[in-house]
Design a protein around this ligand. Structure first.
Ligand code: NDP
Ligand code: 2IT
Length: 443
């Protein structure tokens, strides 16, 4: 049955390999749940789950600093709202097309379900490249993008946030335009500034949450993060705060990267330098070696996985670890891989990790801390209150990440695949959404 659904997905969504990849993994995982629950089959739960409730495509015209008109394409896929308002980030990257947004939106449904909070799944973005653009150009783009998006979103309808290429600066410009158009001050976006409705810990949440999840994996594997060697790919929001938490816990982060190349610093990466370069100056990671002459820089991204490490954290982008890189990591003795990026390991790479008994934390579960604190930001906005850093951080660790770990582990055991958190996370995320869709009828 799942085979037929997958064939239909491929036929209906041609030329979208990332979406096919995300769907295939989930369908394989949940096949035994469907056998156990004929009522899900009868209600066409999975056929409906793989078809977005709504897909919005729009023109985003803006004027660059030279006075030339530029046109980008904007997207928002409102995938599933059975358990809460659509929720998920916006990605600004030249590689963005509908297949990328659909894969991200589809995974977001199950990820958000795993958090235990009331959030449906959605994702959006545009094929706009923020690199090399002035603040004025980014602002004009964001204003034009929101000019259209504003009519589709709302604090109880659809709540976007950041993803690749969208951080505090972009959320500010988007929020300003929404407020102007709607004449409303509401929690319509998350990742807002702390002075205007943002939550403490949201900036750190994905990276910190990833490490809280990793700690649970290591506990079960009988390993200690203290003294471990870590490779964290990327040098954006997720990678920086994952590396920071690892360092706070006594691990040594020896390598980071960007889309041009990677750094190796045998003495441990100086994160202050990375933060200054990437968060403040918006420069390339290559510049790091000017500040730390003993570090090495190498062009190309995949080489980062040849560096010997105990813990690998793919925190850059989809499909960044292929089978060969996974084999190299295993040969070099990796103990654990926890995915901060969305779908960073190819299906073949995941097989290599599972076969070799590497503790493997799949993205949907391991990187859910970001959207979870977005959910807490929504809760604070509704209360018109702000929580302390300590309260929010504790909620993230104990209330969210430890809970997700336990649910994924339990579901994997229940369905006869102990230790397989890929299957466990997919099943645990799916079951709540399936129950909600069943209860709410065929819509
Ligand atoms: P940022 O834009 O802050 O950083 C992205 C980093 O990844 C940059 O270092 C970037 O390098 C690198 N990168 C992007 N595309 C590629 C590519 N094609 N090849 C190699 N490197 C690349 O984004 P985030 O840190 O927010 O996002 C990273 C990943 O984490 C994404 O998969 C995202 O979907 C996921 N994620 C993010 C969450 C969040 O809260 N922000 C939550 C959950 C998951 P360069 O600067 O050269 O482009
Ligand atoms: O992939 C993700 O979970 C995110 N980019 C965060 C989404 C959010 O709504 O905070």
């Amino acid at each position: 049955m799942v085979k037929a659904i997958f064939e239909q997905v491929k036929k209906r969504n041609p030329g979208e390999p990332e979406f096919h990849q995300a769907v295939e993994e989930v369908l394989e995982s949940i096949a035994p749940v469907l056998e156990k629950h004929p009522e899900y089959k009868a209600a066409g739960i999975v056929e409906r789950l793989v078809e977005p409730e709504r897909q919005i495509l729009f023109r985003v015209p803006w004027v660059d600093d030279k006075g030339v008109v530029q046109v980008n394409r904007g997207f928002r896929v409102e995938f599933n709202s059975a358990i809460g308002p659509y929720k998920g980030g916006l990605r600004l990257h030249p590689s963005v097309y509908i297949g990328i947004i659909k894969f991200l939106g589809f995974e977001q449904i199950l990820k958000n379900s795993l958090t235990g909070l009331a959030m449906g799944g959605g994702k959006g973005g545009a094929d706009f490249d923020p690199k090399g653009k002035s603040d004025g150009e980014v602002m004009r783009f964001c204003q034009s993008f929101m000019g259209e998006l504003a009519r589709h979103i709302g604090p109880d309808t659809d709540v976007p946030a950041g993803d690749i290429g969208v951080g505090g600066r972009e959320i500010g410009y988007l929020y300003g335009m929404y407020r102007k158009i709607r004449n409303e001050f509401t929690g319509v976006l998350t990742g807002k500034g702390l002075d205007w409705g943002g939550s403490l810990v949201r900036t750190e949440a994905t990276g910190y949450g990833l490490v809280y999840f990793l700690l649970q994996m290591l506990k079960d594997a009988g390993k200690d993060i203290k003294g471990a060697t870590v490779v964290s790919s990327g040098s954006g929001n997720v990678s920086i705060y994952a590396a920071q938490k690892c360092q706070q816990l006594g691990a040594k982060v020896v390598a980071m990267s960007d889309s041009a190349g990677y750094l190796y610093d045998k003495d441990g990466i100086d994160l202050k330098v990375v933060q200054q370069l990437k968060e403040v100056e918006r420069k390339r990671i290559k510049e790091y070696i000017k500040h730390r002459p003993d570090a090495k820089y190498q062009e190309g991204c995949s080489g980062i996985w040849t560096i010997k490490c105990d813990i690998a954290l793919p925190n850059a982008t989809q499909n960044e670890i292929n089978k060969k890189s996974a084999e190299t990591l295993v040969e070099n003795g990796v103990w654990a891989v926890a995915e901060g990026a969305n779908m960073p390991s190819t299906p073949d790479a995941i097989k290599v990790f599972l076969k070799n008994k590497v503790a493997f934390g799949p993205a949907k579960a391991a990187n859910a801390g970001g959207v979870a604190v977005s959910g807490l930001e929504m809760a604070q906005n509704s209360q018109r209150l702000s929580w302390s850093f300590e309260k929010t951080d504790k909620y993230l660790d104990e209330g969210i990440m430890q809970h997700i770990y336990r649910s994924a582990k339990k579901s994997a055991e229940e369905y006869g695949q102990p230790g397989n958190l890929v299957v466990g996370a997919n099943i645990a995320g799916f079951e709540k959404v399936a129950r909600a869709m069943l209860a709410q009828g065929i819509i």
